[in-house]
Design a binder for this molecule. Structure first.
Ligand code: C2E
Ligand code: MG
Ligand code: MG
Length: 512
């Protein structure tokens, strides 16, 4: 059944030409037949039919002429993106194929907007469309006449340039584009900021790199820009392909290892800078592969983040750590949370469930997040953090001193604690700048009512420095390495015994 509102089908221009051609052919055939069997009709009938078919043929010629007289306009329809008026993906493929014969250098930049989805979700699609138009205009303006710009769909754009030093010039344009994107763009009465991750690839004169390969390389490079923290351009490097292979291998193993229970946790104690008492433990993930090969979290956690597996792994970490730390009353449990987890809107809900299931006191739980978690998606992060805080769970900023966190940033997110990164501590003895930064960071944390932990303390000298500077807690190999839960059980028992006056003599053995 045809719905009431359905419009009758409309013929395209070419359809009309074919219809007329059919009718004209039919009339001519009829006229021919009548001439052959002329005795059955009067002499005037074929003449009339000839006249009619002549008229039809004329109309046909006019339509054909119209169809082919405007090739430019028709081509624009097929190769232009209607929203941005930039060339589209089809045009990009055609242009690259034309340039890939190796007669001259050709370079491509793939530009993917950062944070566009959040804006679209927050302000609606019409504002999103306006923002895309503004970005398109900015891109076109930045590239001028030298490079051709494209919108490939969604929030993905491209620019192609051919000729001498095309790659170098295009890279300059991309850097300029990133600079210009740092300022807000107007869209629908809002001033909005979007970022961009750019991947660059080139085929030098004589290279004859197929267009599909050039596109793939630019895509891989763009992906590396995204991973590297966004708002950057990255040239394709063959090592990226090797890394991808490695990532794929780890990814397959990671999936399997979740079921095979190959993960384990170690706990590194944090001591009170004054008394030396253990006040907290940080849960650190370990992967015990069946082949005996150890891969550290700095290698496999980023892969788990990229593949989304970190959500499952992260839940396992939280649950296991809460169950272990249940026994260490009075001691805070710190758990590392990655950006991908924080971006997942389900995360706070899952955390609430876990707190309920395990009965772990929320005020004893502290989640460690890094700056990148917040920079990538501040709106979502802020929302999740508010829910997490509402449970009574504390949030601390890990690896402070490695990024660009400003005072405004620290005030906005109101962390419970700052953890000064090991790189600051380890260079403090020979670098006045690091020493000054430790002292001023601690003073600032005090002013903002935050606690401070100094991470990676390996020497007495470093411990003295951070203690004098006013750090509340110290974490590092000088005191404790990451230890299995059973070791923490023993340390905890010793500490408790000491506190109630039952001194056990073997305590010192495990303190470095
Ligand atoms: P992090 O959170 O900054 O953890 C501290 C890292 O420094 C740990 O490395 C710890 O073993 C190491 N460390 C502590 N004291 C010293 C020291 O005195 N000297 C030296 N050289 N190193 C010290 P680890 O265990 O390899 O973890 C590395 C990173 O992996 C962690 O850095 C954290 O960002 C991430 N990570 C670990 N476990 C998890 C997890 O369960 N989830 C997530 N998302 N990330 C995790
Ligand atoms: Mg940490
Ligand atoms: Mg850290």
């Amino acid at each position: 059944m045809v719905p009431k509102s359905a419009k009758p089908p409309r013929l395209t221009h070419l359809g009309r030409v074919w219809l007329l051609l059919g009718v004209a052919g039919l009339l001519s055939a009829l006229a021919g037949m009548l001439v052959v069997v002329g005795e059955l009709v009067t002499r005037s009938a074929p003449a009339l039919l000839f006249a009619a078919s002549l008229a039809l043929y004329s109309a046909l010629l006019v339509m054909l002429a119209r169809a082919f007289a405007q090739p430019g306009e028709r081509a624009i329809d097929r190769t232009t993106d209607p929203l941005s008026s930039l060339a589209n993906r089809r045009a990009l493929h055609e242009d690259l194929a034309r340039h890939s014969r190796g007669r001259e250098e050709v370079a491509i930049a793939l530009i993917d907007l950062d944070g566009f989805k959040a804006i679209n979700d927050h302000f609606g699609h019409s504002v999103g469309d306006m923002l895309l138009k503004s970005c398109a205009a900015l891109l076109r303006d930045t590239c001028g006449e030298e490079a051709k710009c494209y919108r490939l769909g969604g929030d993905e754009f491209a620019a192609v340039m051919a000729g001498h030093a095309a790659g170098t010039i295009l890279e300059g344009m991309c850097r300029m584009l990133l600079e210009r994107l740092a300022a807000p763009l107007s869209a629908g009465g809002h001033e909005l900021v979007v970022g961009a991750s750019i991947g660059l690839a080139r085929s030098r004169k004589g290279d004859r790199c197929p267009s599909s390969e050039l596109l793939r390389r630019a895509d891989v490079a763009m992906y590396m820009s995204k991973r590297g923290g966004k708002m950057r351009c990255t040239w394709f490097n063959p090592a990226f392909d090797e890394r991808r292979e490695m990532v794929r291998g780890i990814e397959d193993d990671l999936r399997r290892s979740l079921d095979a229970e190959e993960f384990g946790l170690l706990y590194q104690p944090l001591i009170d800078a004054g008394s030396g008492r253990i006040v907290a433990v940080e849960a650190l993930l370990r992967w015990h592969r069946p082949d005996g090969r150890e891969i550290g979290p700095t290698t496999f956690v980023p892969v788990a983040e990229e593949t989304g597996l970190i959500n499952q792994i992260g839940v396992w970490v939280l649950e296991q750590a809460m169950r272990d730390a249940q026994r260490w009353e009075g001691i805070t449990l710190s758990v590392n949370i990655s950006a991908a987890q924080l971006r997942n809107p389900e995360f706070p809900i899952k955390l609430g469930e876990l707190l309920e299931q395990t009965g772990f006191p929320p005020e004893r739980l502290e989640l460690e997040i890094t700056e990148t978690c917040l920079v990538l998606d501040p709106v979502v992060a802020e929302r999740s953090l508010a829910m997490i805080r509402a449970f009574g769970v504390h949030i601390s900023l890990d690896d402070f001193g490695t990024g660009y966190a400003s005072i405004g940033f620290l005030r906005q997110f109101r962390f419970h604690k700052l953890k000064l990164d090991r790189s600051l501590i380890s260079t403090a003895s020979r670098d006045d700048g690091s020493r000054a930064m430790i002292i001023s960071s601690i003073a600032m944390a005090r002013a903002l009512d935050m606690e401070v932990t100094a991470e990676g303390v390996e020497t007495r000298e470093q411990a003295d420095l951070v203690r004098t500077a006013g750090a509340d807690h110290i974490q590092g190999w000088l005191f404790y390495r990451p230890l299995p839960a059973a070791e923490i059980d023993r340390l905890y028992a010793d500490q408790t015994a000491q506190e109630i006056g039952l001194h056990r003599p073997d305590t010192k053995d495990r303190v470095a």
